[in-house]
Write a protein that binds this ligand. Structure first.
Ligand SMILES: *[C@@H]1O[C@H](CO)[C@@H](O)[C@H](O)[C@H]1NC(C)=O
Ligand SMILES: *[C@@H]1O[C@H](CO)[C@@H](O)[C@H](O)[C@H]1NC(C)=O
Ligand SMILES: *[C@@H]1O[C@H](CO)[C@@H](O)[C@H](O)[C@H]1NC(C)=O
Ligand SMILES: *[C@@H]1O[C@H](CO)[C@@H](O)[C@H](O)[C@H]1NC(C)=O
Length: 159
């Protein structure tokens, strides 16, 4: 009992720690997209990845299937998906980027749907079955709240 409480606190603190370290990276990426007029392949790849992850993260069906299939921890994945959700709107709204890469937001949306009908979510296949049996994880709610809080804080204080 005592031990598990301590473990949880340490976990939470380490989450805070990594989230704070991760935040400036997102900030730098957004800044880079804004400042560069001619998008590069790397930016298209980043846009594709962000759009794909955001689409998966924003749909509870895809999200739970993804979290279930992945061997990486739910917290880490949840954080990754939430970061993509927060990052995507700036990329979707970037005219130059969408012209150079195509509207990858639309592509991700239609492809995620098409993939899912084939039992594929992101890189995981063979997920056909009953997604209802997958644990949806209400424990994600406070984690999401924390992430929105941290990232929101960083963005609010952006000059
Ligand atoms: C994103 O999804 C599209 C459509 O399925 C796919 O072609 C592309 O390779 C994916 N990109 C990344 C980086 O996962
Ligand atoms: C890309 O498509 C989305 C809808 O899927 C739309 O909201 C967005 O405005 C489009 N972006 C551009 C730059 O046209
Ligand atoms: C999530 O994806 C499923 C399967 O494609 C779809 O039926 C459902 O409407 C989507 N949910 C949302 C909130 O977009
Ligand atoms: C669709 O599935 C392919 C693998 O079959 C994957 O590379 C791609 O990222 C998936 N697209 C999305 C939007 O999940």
């Amino acid at each position: 009992m005592h031990h598990s409480l301590l473990t949880n606190i340490i976990l939470l603190l380490s989450l805070f720690h990594t989230a704070v370290i991760a935040a400036p990276k997102t900030y730098a990426a957004v800044l880079a997209v804004r400042q560069t007029s001619a998008p590069t392949d790397t930016q298209c790849l980043d846009y594709a990845r962000t759009a794909n992850l955001s689409t998966i993260g924003a749909n509870s069906t895809y999200r739970s299937a993804f979290l279930q299939a992945s061997r990486v921890g739910t917290i880490i994945n949840g954080r990754m998906l939430d970061a993509a959700i927060l990052k995507l709107p700036a990329l979707t709204g970037n005219e130059a980027l969408n012209q150079a890469c195509g509207n990858l937001t639309t592509v991700a949306f239609t492809e995620a749907e098409r993939n899912f009908t084939m039992g594929i979510v992101a890189q995981f296949s063979g997920l056909v079955g009953n997604p209802q049996t997958i644990k949806a994880g209400p424990e994600l709610v406070p984690i999401m709240g924390l992430i929105v809080f941290i990232f929101g804080g960083v963005w609010s204080f952006m000059p």
